[in-house]
Ligand binder design. Structure first.
Ligand code: CMX
Length: 133
């Protein structure tokens, strides 16, 4: 299954307010939404640039995926998300090609999207997400 575009780039930050200010005042983007995703233990902020978004991720729990990531690697690019027509099918195809999945099937993510992750140990070190609307 072919992705249509990069849906978003996820960036782990320690201070959401300071990072929003940077993307607005230095890069010139506008934050259009802030949302807590309890399930993922993160607070997110979104910016749009063409078809692609930047998703800032501040951890709400040191034991959550972003909390652990920052403790280990520090802030920075956390994941890359591809827009696909069908997340379940994209996950199934990847699994069929021997890729290790984090999610066997899609689940609800930020902005109400259907999302599913591939394990970074199976994707050349880049945590990879599929999403569809
Ligand atoms: N990118 C690259 N490597 C990563 C990573 C990331 N984002 N997160 C973890 N890893 C690596 C770790 O460095 C570690 O590698 P080593 O064993 O070589 O040290 C390995 O993966 C295991 O990491 P861990 O800290 O022990 O953490 P876990 O195994 O408990 O969890 C992962 C790792 C990827 C399975 C988990 O973070 C996960 O399920 N992520 C998907 C969900 C997510 O990230 N949600 C936040 C965003 C939500 C949103 O977009 O709304």
């Amino acid at each position: 299954m072919k992705p249509t575009h990069i849906e978003h780039i996820g960036i782990a930050v320690e201070d959401l307010v300071a990072a929003i200010r940077y993307y607005e005042e230095v890069i010139g983007l506008e934050c259009y939404a802030i949302e807590e995703v309890k399930d993922q233990k993160v607070k997110t902020a979104f910016f749009k640039l063409g078809d692609t978004k930047i998703e800032l991720l501040e951890s709400t729990d040191p034991e959550g995926p972003v909390g652990k990531f920052i403790a280990k690697k520090g802030p920075g690019i956390h994941h890359l998300a591809f827009a696909v027509p069908d997340v379940d099918k994209a996950l199934e195809d990847a699994a069929g090609k021997g890729v290790r999945l984090i999610d066997a099937t899609g689940r609800k993510g930020a902005e109400g999207l259907n999302i599913g992750f591939l394990h970074p140990k199976s994707t050349f070190g880049v945590l990879t997400e599929f999403c569809s609307g």
